[in-house]
Design a protein around this ligand. Structure first.
Ligand code: NAD
Length: 351
């Protein structure tokens, strides 16, 4: 079946994996990657699909009504998969308003455009909003986030994502916009911008630089391989029930410090270093303000109702990820030149 789908944020980490999956799996779809190419957006992430006949890139800033409406007019989208966002918690602490603009206002602009262009015929249309488990707040040692867990966002990033989730549901209830949502745990894998824990650690180990670990490294995160997230998005986009929310997670909890130790072990072996060499680079730094203690997702609904399950064990996924970064040092060198250096110094130098 022919469809034209707008994937926002397709030049980013997760978006590029979703674009790749859809372009390759659905040759009869036209996939429009709408991205503003901020510091986190990089078209090099999509070198392997850029010449495919069913792939188009459009530079779109989702906060700019004119560019969003022009794209809806031009392509008459059947579906939107919305990933564009400011995504880094530390940056949201430095500049919360940028997160409100992109994540809240940008989502509302897209919702308004879908409402306007679909209002006379919602048949076969779908607005899929991609969100995070961070909207649920922080857990103690026990328990999991389910789809019924009350929202309790605690960083400017998670507050902006929570707000955008509420707007998406409000447009469903108020205007009957055919929406579906998912909230996913932490992703890892190739093409991940090295401000986030895993690629930052790989980059620093490779360059013999300290690996900054917040606080005592006891914070727990649930990690999912990015291709498994992309597969879940494909499943939910096609088979999810309109108006529903699905949690996505890896059933894979790790304390930050244990994860970093495992990563050091893999890096020692891949770089031919003596066991224990990379772990000497671990450096505890002042904790992130308001750092949530533990996130853990219960993805039972997605598994039982739509048959999705993670495909990879964490150790295997981490090894694949390390191999990708070591084989793609040019990519890492490009994204860590220029503005990245300034950000990194501001973030870690005085800690
Ligand atoms: P990312 O920061 O790697 O990519 C974001 C993309 O959005 C970039 O390509 C950027 O250029 C684009 N963008 C930013 N502002 C824009 C604007 N105003 N208009 C158009 N494009 C804009 O983010 P990511 O980690 O790939 O996350 C993608 C989505 O998934 C986000 O909505 C995020 O909240 C969600 N999410 C991420 C994770 C994770 O672990 N990374 C987990 C769960 C959910």
């Amino acid at each position: 079946m022919k469809k034209t789908i707008l994937i926002t944020g397709g030049a980013g980490f997760i978006g590029s994996h979703v674009v790749r999956l859809f372009v390759n799996k659905y040759p009869s779809y036209t996939i429009v990657n709408g991205d503003a190419l901020t510091y986190a957006g990089n078209l090099e992430n999509l070198n392997d699909v850029q010449n495919k006949p069913n792939y188009v890139f459009e530079k779109i800033d989702i906060t700019d009504e004119n560019s969003v409406y022009a794209a809806f007019e031009k392509y008459q989208f059947d579906g939107v998969i919305h990933l564009a966002a400011e995504s880094h918690v530390d940056r949201s602490i430095l500049d919360p308003l940028a997160f409100i603009r992109t994540n809240v206002l940008g989502t509302a602009v897209l919702l308004n455009a879908a409402r306007k262009y679909w209002k006379d015929d919602m048949e076969g249309k779908r607005f899929y909003h991609v969100s995070t488990d961070e909207v649920y707040g922080s857990l103690g040692e026990e328990g999991f986030f389910t789809e019924e867990t009350a929202y309790d966002p605690r960083s400017p990033y998670s507050a902006s994502k929570a707000s955008s989730d509420h707007f998406v549901r409000a447009y469903h209830h108020t205007y009957h916009l055919p929406v579906v949502l998912s909230n996913c745990s932490n992703n890892y894998g190739s093409h991940h911008f090295p401000e986030k824990l895993i690629p930052l650690a790989i980059h620093n180990i490779r360059n013999n630089k300290p690996i900054p670990v917040y606080g005592t490294g006891e914070n727990v995160r649930d990690w999912l391989f990015v291709d498994d997230h992309a597969r879940a998005i494909d499943t939910i986009f096609h088979n999810g029930v309109t108006g529903e929310t699905y949690n996505i997670g890896g059933f894979n909890e790790w304390k930050n410090i244990d994860l970093i130790r495992l990563l050091c072990k893999i890096m020692d072996s891949k770089l031919g270093r003596e066991p224990g060499t990379s772990a000497q680079l671990i450096t505890f730094v002042k904790d992130r303000a308001g750092h949530d203690q533990r996130y853990a997702i219960d993805a039972t609904k997605l598994n039982k109702e739509l048959g999705w399950a993670p495909s990879l064990q964490f150790e295997e996924g981490l090894e694949k990820t390390v191999e990708w970064y070591l084989a793609n040092q040019d990519w890492l060198d490009h994204v860590t030149s220029g503005a990245y250096k300034k950000y990194y110094e501001e973030q870690y130098q005085q800690r």
